[in-house]
Structures are given as structure tokens and as C-alpha cells.
Design a protein around this ligand. Sequence first.
Ligand code: ADP
Ligand code: MG
Length: 375
Amino acid sequence: MSRYLTLDDVDVDGLRVLVRSDLNVPLDEGHVGDDFRIRSALPTLERLVGEGASVTVCSHLGRPQGADPALSMAPIAARMDELTELAVRFNTAGDITVIENTRFLAGETSNDPTAARRIANGFDLFVQDAFGSVHRAHASTVGVAEIVRSVAGPLLDSELNGLGRLLTDTDHPYTVVLGGAKVSDKLGVIENLLPKVDRMLIGGGMCFTFLAAQGREVGESLVEESMIETVTKLADDDKIVLPSDVVVGDRFAAGSKYQVKPVTEVPKGWLGLDIGPDTADEFAGLIVESASVFWNGPMGVFEWEPYRSGTETIARAMGECRGFTAVGGGDSAAALRLLGLEDTVSHLSTGGGAGLELLEGKVLPGVAVLERWVQ
Ligand code: ADP
Ligand code: MG
């Protein structure tokens, strides 16, 4: 694990502080959609202002190729100003100054030293608080932290501690629950965590590649042919638990006909869209009795009501577990929120790609670079 300083280690009074936050929110015709990330970023900024720092915040927004007015940070600053008592201003001095989209800057994504110097110019301290961006070696994540004294912000620190508990010194029994659409997205996580866990429960679309690898008939279910060989070796591991029953639909649609079937009896032409009730109960029992649980990926197409029950049972079991419970992945977090259960888990990760890379055992460049400022 990387070492780094946090805000508890520095006196920021009178310092000009640049914060890298994750303010990459969905925009709908120039208006901020879900402002969850803005609200999450604010406590760090408010704390810094309260401690006497002059605060500037930057983030990327979308994937512009150079400057693009449609992806300006101006509406983000306006929404942030509504959400806090402090004065938030775009590109002019406020209590909090929001500067323009880091990806407008040539050299941001290639981590060009000139771009990094431009970002760093005029600041005494850099606070990296954008967990969702630290897996990328960009000028605003790595380059700037090579120039200005840098620390991890509270959001980043909490993600590294929360997800870190799944990698080292994990309390046992340790259960990992994986679902979602594709095995290929999660293969690195499966391979890195399998030796550490007591059992790995597999649901979602990815279970059908495992079942197909065992020679089962899975009808029209989602199967990644290219992954079958790799998965065959994994599926032999006794720690891997696959569904015993599934909810199948007659087509991939919200209003499809559906029925519960044992995995051995998926009808021709039908496809598996959720784990079945027996499987959900078995998984829930294993989750509840665990000391540590990590869950990533919905158990079915939870967006459609008939295929939500497996995900809901898992989500409720996470809440009932008295051990350490962590949830990662955008859709899994969305499922928890849909069910109003987001406050029932110990750690809800927001990091997407960065979270997966951390759990794959990869070094996150935006975190590793912070180590140089540790005396
Ligand atoms: P996360 O964002 O939590 O990491 P993923 O992006 O990997 O999760 O997967 C989420 C998607 O997987 C959801 O949109 C869900 O509809 C889909 N999914 C889950 N089960 C199935 C299935 N059996 N067949 C097809 N898609 C599925
Ligand atoms: Mg997703």
C-alpha cells in the first residue's frame, strides 16, 4: 500500500491550495443532472476554507478533445454555489474558485510537464481528492503532484482505507459477490481476490460464461465465448459458488415473459436475467455470516422489476451483515440507492475504474506519486 500525507498532517492556514476533485457529473443540455459528486466534494473544500486556505478546485468533465464550451465547468460552479453557504465563483476569486475543465488543456491526458507546470503555478499545496481519476497518469493527477507539495484528501483517503481492507488484513470469513454484465470487465479482480477470499459468489450476466464453461446449456444467456477457456480454469476452484437456479426471460426486454428454472433446465431460446430465489437465499446466508464482504455488480437486470429480486436480496443481506461490508461499481451503487439501502453498508465506493484497478492489485499512479512528499 502506498504511503501518503493527509490534511491532518498539514497546516493550510494562509496557503493557496489546489484541490483535484471528481466533479465529472452528467450534463443535460448544459444543466447539471445528478449532483452527487458535487455534494460529495464539498466537505473537503469547506474544511479547507474553514482552516484558512485560499481554495481553488479543478476537475475533468466529459471527454472533450480540446476546449469545448458544452463541457465548461461554469454550470458546475453555479450548482456548487447553490449547495454551500460559501461563495463559489467560476474563474474569478471566491471562497472557492472553480477553474476550467482540465481536459481543455493540451497535454493534460499525456501528462505533459508544461501542462503540469501551468496547473501547479501559484499554488503552495495540492490536495488529491478525486479517487475516480487516480488510475490515470494525467497532468492534473500525477504531473502537478510532482511539482507542488501534495496530500491525499479525505474522500481519497476513505476510499483507499475502505477498499484497502479488502486487500490486506481482511477479517475472515471473507466473501466476494460478483455480478454485472461481463466477466472480461472483472477478470483482473477475480484473479487478484480469489486467493484472498473464503468464497466468491458469482451471479449477474457473468455467471453464464462460468456455467457454459462447465458445459451447461444456457440458452440465449449472455456468454463471452472468448473468456470460456480462462473461466474453465477458475470455475474448478472450490471457492467459486455458482447459481443453482435462475430467473429466465423469453427475450431481453422489460416486458418479457419470465419463469424460475434450475440452472440445469434453461429452456432453449430463453435467457437468464436474474439469479433464482434459492440462489439468492443461499448467497444471502453466506453474506450475513461473513466478517468481510465485497459486492460488485448487480445479480440481474435490476433495471427491470421482474429481474430485480436477486439484487435486492443481496443488497438487504449486505445491510444485515455485522461485518465490514463494501460495495463498488456504478450500477451496484445505483441499485443500492434505488432500494434506499446506501447507508446500510460500511463503505460505498464511487471509484469505478480506479476501484477495479486497486482491487486488481495495480498501482494507482495518482496515489503512488503522493509518497514523495512523505518525510
Ligand atoms: P457495476 O457498474 O456495478 O460494476 P456492471 O457495469 O458490471 O456493474 O454491470 C451492470 C449491468 O449488468 C446492469 O446494467 C445489469 O442490467 C447487467 N446485468 C446483470 N445481470 C445480467 C444478465 N443476467 N444478463 C445481462 N445483463 C445483466
Ligand atoms: Mg457499470
